[in-house]
Ligand binder design. Sequence first.
Ligand SMILES: [Zn+2]
Length: 498
Amino acid sequence: MKFLIARFNHETNTFSPVATPLESFLPLYGDDALNDQRNARTAMGAFIRLVEAQADHQLITPLSATANPSGTVAAEAYTTLSQCILDALSEQPDAILLDLHGALVAENAADGEGELLKNIRAIAPDVPIAVALDLHGNVTQSMVEHANIIISFKTYPHIDMAETGEHAGRLMMDLLSGQSRPITRWKQLPLLSHTLRSNTNEGAMQRAVEAARQAELEEGVLAVSIMAGFSLADFADAGMSVIVVTDNDEMLADSVAERIAQQLWQEREGFVYHSAPLKESLEQARELQKSEGDGPVLLLDHSDNVMSGGTCDTMDVLATALVKHLTPIVVGPICDPKAVQRLWKLRPTDVVRVDIGNHNQLAHQTKKKKSLSLVGVLRARSDGEFIVTGPIYTGAKVSMGRTVLFDTIDALIVICEQRTEPFDMGIFSCVGLDPSKYDYLLLKSRMYCRPVFGAIAKGLIECDSDTGGPTSSNYAFFPFTQLRRPMFPLDPSTEFVY
Ligand SMILES: [Zn+2]
């Protein structure tokens, strides 16, 4: 049997000014895609391993392409990468297994995944398709209509990508052998969840995933997925939904989807995040620092979360922390190639004033904010490359571009040339810095930093910008024009008919 397996992932923050050209996806084609993914803990890796364990199989792996979250995908990138998958259909696969995100918005395709699946179906109408999604996918009618099986991750922070691939792949094998006839039903809610409320280890999201796992134990239910959705997308179908796959039982699929959707709606307040004013958050941080225990207080700047399309260069939290004397503070990284260029050639004795950050105009701003002007010295420089030692992406190589450590006495700031989510100690060790020795540690992250930096910290405080950042938690900052309305919590009196 011939299996087409491909990976094409992007979480698009349509409000982010960070461009997403073809190069961002670092695409691998054919055997390069196969070899790269064979042992990966991804859905594509799981698909490959499952198929290679079959006695008689043939693999077609046209593509493995994934980019970090950023702005709308360039038309050329979307066309090139989807065409690569469509072209491979000429090899006439018996089944298609796709590792997608679910929240891809391109310049030429608002519903990136729905469009891709529709186009695949147009060429290969009878070939079954199974899809593994990130739980932050914004599911659409087109996606559900044109795939036989859709299953999303059940964890955030995401640690079950491979398990999700295995699950979807197993259902495909059962479909092919005639053991089951999967059908998919979907229930969409008028509910924008917040990323910080899609943590599957707590609150409403944990209870929702638990309900999904329980439902999967019911006779005839093959898979239940809770889609938290991705809210920083000005896209008609952004928001939460439930996907249910049953063994050819539409009524059962509908009733499970409705039951869980009802639970999500009843718990809707649990998916909303209310930001505290920045000064209040920083006061809490100061109080926390006075408490017993070792290590810095983590300040998480979620208004500029790199893994949701942040620019990695807004300065509100640092500027206010310095005004309020939350020092000594370690910050990292700030992406500012200009500042790196300026600092790179300095001698350790040179004292300079440098303008740092705020180089991007954001969707809700009529003009750019000013950079933060600070005086200090160059403390260290590095090529910014390191191998990840933490639990997320362990062993992966990260390149931040040229990286410097700028010391202003009050603040030690890691400045680099590439936007980089601070999820590994390598961010600081590459410039010889141990952040555990300082009082405060400011990171542009929501979730990925927690396993490594939470472990060395006294505690953490979530900080939002009062005037909005590229990934602000206050959705009122974002000029939504395409999103369907009414939508909770933007429209508080929204009703949902089950
Ligand atoms: Zn996600």
